[in-house]
Design a protein around this ligand. Structure first.
Ligand SMILES: Cc1cc2nc3c(=O)[nH]c(=O)nc-3n(C[C@H](O)[C@H](O)[C@H](O)COP(=O)(O)O)c2cc1C
Length: 130
């Protein structure tokens, strides 16, 4: 299972090989990187993704979901793993708690609240299209 695999990989600090690649990565200027917090860090697969591409000259926009303990080191790892990129302020929100069987938690009233927060965030980092 992916989750168990990640725990083992974090422990021994190995990186999984990704099953997909992004064609023409060089053509993208702005890259949103969305990630959950796993063990207060990036999932190892996201570290593999950062290592696999050249982010020089790009604008990176990170966002995070977590089970209530915050982004941990995810934003710091994204900063460190995208050398030469301009990394904008990230957005973090409490999502589900997969490990406790709570999934798809951003819905109903919470969805409307989070949607507003995202508009405020995008406005602040000047990424909201009018
Ligand atoms: C293996 C694993 C480790 C996790 N570790 C943490 C953690 O250290 N801190 C935390 O706040 N949430 C942790 N979570 C909760 C996830 O961050 C949460 O389930 C995810 O952000 C929900 O995203 P979603 O609402 O987009 O599905 C962990 C979840 C998994 C599956």
């Amino acid at each position: 299972m992916e989750v168990e695999q990640n725990a083992q990989e974090q422990e021994v600090d190995t990186l999984p090989e990704l099953k997909t690649t992004i064609p023409n990565f060089e053509n993208y200027d702005r890259i949103f990187i969305g990630t959950p917090t796993w063990n207060m860090a990036l999932p190892q697969s996201v570290v593999s993704f950062l290592n696999g591409y050249n982010f020089k000259g790009k604008t990176v926009i990170p966002f995070n979901t977590n089970g209530g303990y915050g982004p941990g080191s995810t934003f710091r790892q994204i900063n460190a793993g995208t050398q030469g990129a301009k990394v904008l302020d990230g957005y973090t929100v409490k999502g589900g708690e997969e490990t406790n069987g709570i999934i798809l938690a951003i819905k109903g009233e919470n969805k409307a609240k989070v949607s507003k927060e995202i508009d405020v965030w995008l406005e602040k980092i000047k990424q909201l299209k009018r």
